[in-house]
Design a protein around this ligand. Structure first.
Ligand SMILES: [Zn+2]
Ligand SMILES: [Zn+2]
Ligand SMILES: [Zn+2]
Ligand SMILES: [Zn+2]
Length: 767
């Protein structure tokens, strides 16, 4: 969650409402510095609030259940036997974490861990993730070396050597597919970095004007798929986020793995055997290197604050980590500059002379806020500090909530004796100076007030500038036949260069992530002089203009993109409303909305129905579909098919054929047939699903790319060679534009293609 937990939001709202009107006015108009000062005074006199926050933190602590690990292990074994390696892998990950934590808290080496790691390696071998399997085996070997062979079971040693042999075999004679790597798609992308903007392509230039603020424009013609920005996040924080079901059905244990169980706390890589932090149960790392680096850079300060940071939300956490990464010297320098009337910060518009040609030739971009003295815009703390906090536009209540939250964190830092770490004061003399201040007053030290002020700025900036880092996560049964992927929010980050891109509901770029690095690619040709635009979330193909404008409200601007103008001014109907419409139960013509009723568009028919009635039917239908999927998950595929076919017939009587749900049902049917190995039926249904997805998201959208990827897998499994090859080609064309030719998806497609070209020989050999 980006913002603090609801209880804390409620408390601060009540506190705000109870303030003297005069004080409220002062707070509403306060600068960031004054807001922090007033916030400190308030939180000092309201001890009750601090106590309440402490109580809330207790709730955030996740208790360990001592027997859980055993249960996960059992479930993992069950999934493994069913061939559901993806699900098994998640369970084994959870066991490793539980066991390590348990072993540590009880002070005894856990005998069971090697067994779990062996199973996990076996799992990875089945999934053909050879490098990952290799990594696990190395971890295991070093563990055995450490514990001594005596304590390790002999059967485990045997298993380990067996797995090593198996791995060696697989590596020596890879499946034909493996040879495809480094083929046509393997060639590196053309990339020339801009000499005025770090991490940006030389085909872009930075502009600035009153209406659009800072923005990026194509300085030459750009082709679809070309990389435009490659930037490492200045700071990122893993979101606890939604959790993935580890297995189906309700049980006594938490069967969900959260992001923190699955990804490295620092670099966001997927965890195999994790290295947990010694001080807390929250931070888990991919390697000792990551653990050491994170400790050095920020975690020694954050470690004991875990519960408070979870309670106050990801934005506060990002704000804290930002100042820790920047270092106190840089933070105080920029905060001080902001006080003595830095024009860039106070009023960026004051500087807004058109810089077009001058900036292009590189003569002078010094006037653009965030640029260094050399006129270069860099992904640095200075650039981040200059992102707009929109101090005046936030509601006073929201500013109040952010102020109290940030002050609470700084007070906790002081109380926990972490001030020296925050201020990077390592020498004893400096430390003693801070200590004396602590003794004489429970007020925040001036240095921590500076830190709080910078943090408040960052929390406010995040509302407009937070970038979600997403990954494609495997869904579905994970039986290896058909992999379904969905984007999942992994972390919240600041990307100072990426933040230069303005929003459009019909953008001309697409963003993808690898670890903490973002790549922006042109999703269509962009001609020289055109602005490069990025969608902040509300896309015209997914939302109506009213919903989009509502969402964009948080960014304090009214979108004037082509799609918004068309829908708002020319009355063009949103694709969303056209395609999610009902059809007439009598004659199947489109239904039209007239207040609370829907009327058949065919005048001769004249049927009408209440909106509530049809919405109710839609809900029933969704319930039925869910039941069918439940049947599938317990292995009753035949019954699931029957149920889905019935749903389809029912849906046909009141949903328009283009309705998204019609596509989803086809997709589910394809999934069921795939689990039965009925590839032709699966392909037939998936093609219908693709038609609907294409109508909703456009033929070159990521969504269609993923559907084609699934179709390719189905055709591949069904030996439909020529069709599979042409589908692979289409999927490649679309996915490489969005994710680049080096992405995992493209690699997988390449492997399938290579395998198919080997196929005739293989079949001949078999017969
Ligand atoms: Zn890592
Ligand atoms: Zn820790
Ligand atoms: Zn728009
Ligand atoms: Zn009709």
């Amino acid at each position: 969650m980006a913002l603090p937990v609801a209880e804390w939001q409620g408390r601060t709202a009540r506190l705000w409402a109870a303030l003297e009107p005069a004080l409220r006015e002062r707070l509403a108009a306060a600068s960031l510095r004054d807001a922090v000062r007033l916030g400190c005074d308030l939180l000092r006199s309201e001890e009750e609030e601090e106590a309440a926050l402490l109580r809330l933190c207790l709730q955030a602590r996740t208790d360990k259940q001592p027997e859980a690990a055993g249960w996960y292990r059992e479930q993992g074994n069950r999934e493994f036997k069913r061939g559901r390696y993806q699900a098994a892998l998640r369970l084994y990950s959870k066991v490793c974490l539980e066991d390590i934590a348990r072993a540590e808290s009880h002070g005894y080496p856990d005998r069971l861990l090697p067994k779990v790691l062996l199973r996990k390696a076996e799992c990875l071998l089945c999934l053909e993730r050879l490098q990952d399997a290799q990594d696990i085996l190395s971890v295991l070997e070093s563990k055995i070396a450490l514990d001594g062979v005596m304590t390790t079971h002999l059967t485990q040693l045997k298993k380990l050597s067996q797995l090593k042999v198996k791995l060696g075999e697989k590596e020596r004679c890879p499946e034909p597919a493996q040879e495809a790597r480094g083929g046509i798609q393997g060639k590196p992308e053309i990339w020339e970095e801009n000499n005025r903007i770090s991490g940006a392509s030389s085909s872009l230039s930075l502009r600035f004007d009153a209406e659009r603020g800072r923005h990026l424009v194509a300085s030459q013609d750009i082709v679809a798929g070309q990389s435009l920005v490659k930037e490492e996040a200045f700071v990122s924080v893993l979101c606890p986020g939604e959790s993935l079901p580890l297995q189906d059905g309700a049980t006594a244990w938490d069967t969900r793995a959260t992001n923190a169980d699955l990804y490295c706390h620092r670099c966001l890589r997927q965890l195999l055997a994790s290295v947990p932090c010694h001080g807390c149960s929250y931070a888990k790392y991919c390697s000792q290197d990551c653990a050491d680096m994170a400790w050095q850079q920020y975690h020694r300060t954050e470690c004991s604050l875990g519960a408070l940071l979870l309670t106050l939300g990801v934005f506060c956490h990002v704000a804290l980590r930002t100042v820790l990464l920047a270092g106190f010297a840089e933070v105080s320098r920029l905060v001080a500059r902001s006080h003595c009337g830095d024009k860039n910060l106070q009023n960026p518009e004051a500087r807004c002379k058109p810089l077009s040609e001058a900036a292009d030739s590189g003569a002078d971009s010094r006037g653009i806020p965030g640029c260094g003295s050399s006129g270069r815009y860099q992904s640095s703390y200075q650039a981040l500090f200059h992102l707009l906090p929109h101090t005046e536009q936030h509601s006073p209540e929201h500013k109040f909530l952010c102020t109290l939250s940030v002050v609470a964190i700084c007070k906790k830092l002081q109380a926990a004796g972490l001030e020296a770490a925050v201020l990077n004061q390592e020498s004893p003399q400096q430390r003693s100076k801070t200590k004396t201040f602590e003794k004489t007053s429970d007020e925040l030290s001036p240095e921590l007030k500076t830190v709080a002020e910078a943090m408040l700025r960052h929390v406010l900036q995040l509302q407009c500038n937070a970038q979600a880092i997403t990954v494609m996560q495997d869904l579905g049964p994970g039986d290896g036949a058909v992999v379904d992927k969905k984007p999942v929010r992994l972390a919240t980050a600041f990307f100072p260069v990426l933040s230069l891109l303005n929003h459009s509901c019909c953008p001309n770029t697409s963003v993808s992530f690898s670890g903490t690095a973002a790549t922006v690619r042109a999703s269509q040709p962009i001609s020289s002089g055109q602005e490069v635009l990025h969608c902040y979330g509300p896309h015209w193909r997914r939302m109506r203009v009213v919903e989009r404008q509502q969402l964009l409200h948080q960014y304090f601007f009214k979108c004037r993109c082509r799609a918004c103008l068309e829908e708002l001014e020319s009355g063009v109907k949103s694709v969303v409303s056209i395609r999610n419409s009902f059809c007439c139960p009598t004659c199947q013509a489109q239904m039209q909305e007239e207040e609370d009723t829907l009327c058949c568009s065919n005048e001769a028919c004249g049927t009408s129905a209440s909106k509530d009635h049809l919405s109710g039917r839609l809900q029933d239908l969704q319930q039925q579909i869910k039941k069918a999927l439940d049947l599938l998950s317990v292995g009753k595929a035949d019954q699931a098919i029957k149920m889905l076919l019935k749903c389809q017939i029912d849906a046909g009587t009141f949903l328009s054929p283009e309705h998204l749900l019609m596509g989803e049902m086809e997709d589910h049917l394809a999934q069921v047939y795939a689990t039965l190995g009925k590839w032709q039926e699966a392909a037939r249904h998936l093609k219908k699903s693709i038609e609907v997805v294409e109508m909703h998201h456009g033929p070159s959208s990521v969504e269609v790319g993923h559907e084609l990827f699934k179709l390719a897998q189905i055709l591949f499994n069904g030996f439909a060679v020529s069709e599979a090859l042409s589908t692979i080609q289409r999927a490649e064309g679309i996915l490489s534009v969005h994710f680049g030719p080096q992405s995992a998806q493209i690699q997988e497609l390449q492997e399938m293609k290579a395998c198919l070209s080997e196929l005739p020989r293989n079949i001949l050999q078999r017969t």
